[in-house]
Design a binder for this molecule. Structure first.
Ligand code: NIG
Ligand code: FE
Length: 391
């Protein structure tokens, strides 16, 4: 196995508690650091003066290095866009889940090649911005064949695929949602499960209620899929409590929370996924990250990239918004966008720069991770490495 030594790292965010104070959320920053990659994994991490020899060396010239972003929530399998809907929203039309049906119609019409090209384009866009792992949901097909093909196409880009047949009730079932839930828990699940790791439900007025969602998540689990939930996005609701009840990996959005919701997240260990680029793009109030962090909840940050509520694939944007608008510290935001995403996806091999972890990282054209929040909108990611190689 060949090895490469990276030196000239002014600031290295490791997320390794052994380099910090050992508290949860500590980013374990090392100054004037170096690291060695052997094959696909980190083999050594420490101060530059102690660096061992390697087959080759790269001097990063005083840049910062952070773990690659783990984007734990996206909807990339779709056709078309909804730029007009966005423009109308900016004049005061409120966001509603109804727009999802516009994308469903376009997605059903699209060829496999068109859908694959769209996913490839967006994954490439994410890579350029430092994302090394991405979760991709279905949810714009909403027929047995279209959900299965969306997941099969997404699987070529990531192992983190999520069956979201329960995104909304499609128009052909508008008068009979119970039959749609039977489809989602029956033949559609059967066709989707071989291509998915996760099952998700949009729990919201106008989408699915707690009983429908419980049935879908339970059926998914019986097929080996692990639950995650779109919870409490547009208003108060039962999503967070349901996520905690079924032991979901994540409750994402968490924009409208009661005290009981925060307590349930803290005691269950369900990761609260915050998606601030959605609030930015829908001009909605941001979730209260401070309240969650102070209660001891594990928080992840993700893009939610989709053509409706948020057509941004940028984790650096999420970090800037989390710091500026949600009172997260820059260190908390970096942790949530990397190790927090790994926790959301229940991955113990990514999200840290530590011996044995997958060698996924981003090199910043900046002396410190602080610049991600300090210089919003500036393309600071100079290189992205996945599995030990620049991509
Ligand atoms: O996570 N909330 C539901 N789904 C997406 C939005 C999808 C759309 O508007 O097309 C979300 O925000
Ligand atoms: Fe979403």
């Amino acid at each position: 196995m060949t090895s490469v030594l990276l030196t000239g790292i002014a600031s290295l965010v490791t997320n390794d508690p052994s380099h910090g104070d050992g508290k949860p959320g500590d980013i374990g920053e090392l100054r004037d650091a170096a690291l060695v990659i052997e094959g696909k994994r980190f083999a050594w991490v420490g101060p530059r003066r102690d660096a061992p020899p390697a087959d080759s060396a790269v001097d990063l010239g005083g840049r910062a290095v952070i773990p690659g972003f783990v984007d734990s929530h996206s909807h990339l399998v779709f056709a078309g866009d909804r730029a007009e809907e966005f423009a109308a929203r900016m004049t005061g039309v409120p966001y509603s889940a109804g727009g999802i049906r516009t994308t469903v119609a376009a997605t059903r019409q699209a060829t496999d090649e068109e859908l694959t090209a769209n996913v490839a384009r967006l994954v490439a866009e994410m890579r350029r911005q430092g994302t090394t792992t991405v979760e991709i949901k279905s949810g714009y097909g909403l027929t047995v064949a279209d959900e299965a093909r969306g997941l099969a196409l997404a699987r070529a880009f990531t192992d983190e695929t999520t069956y979201l047949g329960a995104h909304v009730v499609p128009p052909e079932y508008a008068d009979d949602p119970a039959s749609y839930v039977e489809l989602v828990t029956g033949p559609m699940l059967e066709a989707a499960a071989p291509h998915a790791k996760w099952v998700d439900v949009f729990v919201e007025r106008g989408a699915f209620d707690a009983d429908q969602a419980r049935a879908i998540l339970t059926a998914g689990r019986a097929k080996g899929l692990v639950p995650r939930v779109h919870a409490n996005q547009l208003g108060d609701g039962p999503g967070v409590q349901l996520a905690c009840e079924v032991g979901a990996a994540a409750a994402d959005h968490c924009t409208h929370l009661s005290d009981a919701d925060v307590d349930a997240l803290a005691s269950s260990g369900v990761v609260a996924g915050l998606l601030p680029a959605v609030e930015f793009s829908t001009r909605s109030p941001y979730p209260d990250a401070r309240r969650l962090l102070d209660a001891g909840v594990t928080v992840s940050l993700a893009s939610d990239c989709n053509p409706g509520s948020c057509y941004s694939s940028s984790m650096p944007l999420c970090i800037a918004l989390a710091v500026r608008e949600m009172r997260m510290t820059p260190a908390e935001a970096i942790w949530s966008a990397t190790a927090g995403g790994a926790a959301s996806l229940r991955r113990e091999d990514i999200g840290r720069i530590a011996v044995g972890f997958q060698a996924d990282l981003a090199v910043l054209d900046a002396p410190s991770y602080l610049h991600l929040a300090y210089r919003p909108g500036v393309p600071l990611v100079a290189q992205t490495w996945v599995g030990g190689r620049p991509v």
